[in-house]
Design a binder for this molecule. Structure first.
Ligand code: ADP
Ligand code: MG
Length: 502
């Protein structure tokens, strides 16, 4: 029978699925480096945080920074990982100009954390899924090679040598580029929330390599994977995986084999290309570092980490929906960053210690509206604002929300007062008064104007009484215009309807 279904696939096997595992490197936010007192801060002039330990001078000895373990344990608890009470720091040898010691201190056989998971959520469908983590281990960062300052040379900046890193390795549990992006987003949110990494992918404090393979749906063996490097945005991760999966599917459909190799993502050309093959894979000759004792997590350190754990974003999101009655969308936006959630809650508490759903929604509206708008507009300006130091303190914002709830301000007037409060430290009531923005709902002031407008428009009054209800809008507009100051439209409407019904 002739087909009515358009072109038939040339390949009759089951469709393909993509299998993805991510390796994420997160730079910890400790003040000093993992094994030396050098500052770990980003952005210093090149080669200024370079003590002899960072440079691996002979005879220097590393001393492990205890803050690294404290920060690591927070992520371990947040991901419900198994915590190794004793784990080994090893030397991973390779030769490259960014690594003056000739080896990187890392963990190999015993990672400090293993077997946890990260829960991803698709905001569109509301579906959640746990992505299994193979391990999270400690390592130190290498230096940075700078290729674009001098066309004739590669420069080396050793500031980053020895900055503490966590390598977060997922199981091959992710199935679409979108899922991989959600997973990375969730990790970024989590490490920021815990305050252990600033999650800045452009600056490289959060980095990601993607392992990608394809297989026929229904198959339970893994295909040959490639590892894609040089991904420096979440969008880039998503695009690179999509490209790589399509490339591999095309190979398999042509009857060719996927070669196990490391590939580089080129964002400008939107393609991956081969960097090195499996044959060139290095033998790192891992050995336990003889200069470092094992990392020991005592009961006391673990108890301290448990006590320092903040309420996690998921728990907080659920509390906002269940206890405050907020829509799930609001709860998701407000818990995107811990500082935003704290600001929201401080404002809500200042408004009312046991708030109603309407009060919670009113605070959510102003935070998601005016506050986020202001923060976004400040991006890229000289004075980039952070919510933690937002110029409108929670108590003053609460006072503004209260005025709005009491119909003392229209929504446009509230925004005008809000904008003024960014630079004017006065209370919103004072600002509104000075600017003549207070809504008048006092009948003594409103009634004469209402009556004057009705008297001046007898034709419209007749039209209303003949059944043309929408004429009330015309009257409201006239009163609003004729009134000096800002009349409360709800009260004006009520007064008009009373008189029109007579
Ligand atoms: P390697 O030996 O190359 O380091 P690992 O087994 O340690 O590989 O895995 C490294 C990462 O690659 C992990 O995130 C893992 O989930 C992922 N991975 C392993 N095999 C595959 C595969 N066939 N397809 C996709 N990802 C994979
Ligand atoms: Mg590996």
């Amino acid at each position: 029978m002739a087909s009515h279904h358009g072109p038939q696939p040339t390949d009759h096997g089951p469709p393909f699925e993509t299998v993805i595992g991510l390796e994420v490197h997160a730079q910890l936010r400790t003040a000093s480096k993992a094994f030396s007192p050098d500052a770990a801060a980003f952005g210093a002039p090149p080669n200024t945080h370079v003590d002899p330990v960072s440079l691996g001078h002979p005879g220097t000895l590393p001393v492990f920074n205890a803050a690294v373990v404290r920060e690591t344990l927070l992520l371990g608890l947040a991901t419900k990982s198994a915590i190794a009470r004793r784990s080994v720091l090893a030397r991973k040898h390779y030769f490259y100009p960014d690594l003056p010691k000739g080896y990187q201190i890392s963990q190999y056989e015993t990672p400090i954390l293993s077997g946890g998971h990260v829960t991803i959520r698709d905001e569109d469908s509301g579906e959640t899924r746990a992505v299994a983590l193979t391990r999270i281990h400690l390592e130190e960062d290498a230096g940075k090679l700078v290729h674009d300052l001098d066309p004739t040379a590669t420069l080396v900046d050793h500031n980053r040598c020895g900055v503490p890193l966590l390598e977060i390795v997922s199981e091959p549990d992710l199935r679409t580029p979108r899922e991989a992006a959600l997973y990375l987003q969730e990790i970024r949110r989590l490490v920021r929330w815990l305050g252990i990494c600033d999650g800045n992918m452009e600056e490289g404090s959060l980095r990601c390599d993607a392992n990608v393979s394809v297989r026929r749906v229904g198959s339970d063996t893994l295909g040959t994977k490639t590892e894609v490097k040089n991904l420096n945005s979440i969008r880039g991760v998503e695009r690179a995986i999509a490209y790589e999966a399509a490339r591999q599917i095309a190979l398999v459909e042509r009857g060719e084999a996927v070669v196990q190799e490391t590939r580089l993502w080129d964002a400008d050309r939107a393609e991956t290309r081969s960097m090195r093959s499996k044959e060139e894979a290095m033998d790192y000759r891992y050995v336990p570092d003889p200069d470092l004792p094992p990392v020991v997590v005592t009961d006391a350190v673990l108890a301290e980490a448990r006590a320092a754990m903040p309420e996690l974003p998921d728990a907080r999101r659920m509390r906002y929906v269940d206890a405050l009655g907020l829509p799930t969308y609001d709860a998701a936006v407000l818990t995107e960053e811990r500082s935003l959630a704290e600001y929201f809650e401080a404002t809500l508490t200042a408004l009312n210690a046991s708030p109603s759903a309407d009060e919670a929604k009113a605070v959510s509206n102003v935070v998601m509206g005016d506050v986020l708008r202001t923060l976004n507009e400040s991006q890229g300006t000289e004075q980039k604002l952070a919510v933690a130091v937002f110029p409108i303190e929670p108590a003053r914002l609460a006072a503004l929300v209260r005025m709005r709830l009491d119909d003392q301000l229209s929504s446009t007037a509230a925004t005008e007062v809000f904008d003024a409060m960014l630079t004017d430290k006065a209370a919103p009531g004072v600002i509104a008064q000075v600017r003549d923005l207070l809504q008048v709902s006092d009948d003594d002031a409103l009634v004469p104007v209402v009556e004057e407008i009705l008297a001046a428009n007898p034709k419209q009054v007749d039209a209303f009484r003949a059944g043309k209800q929408q004429v009330v809008g015309f009257f409201i507009g006239q009163v609003m215009r004729a009134f000096p100051g800002a009349p409360d439209p709800k009260r004006v409407r009520a007064l008009l309807l009373e008189r029109l019904a007579d």
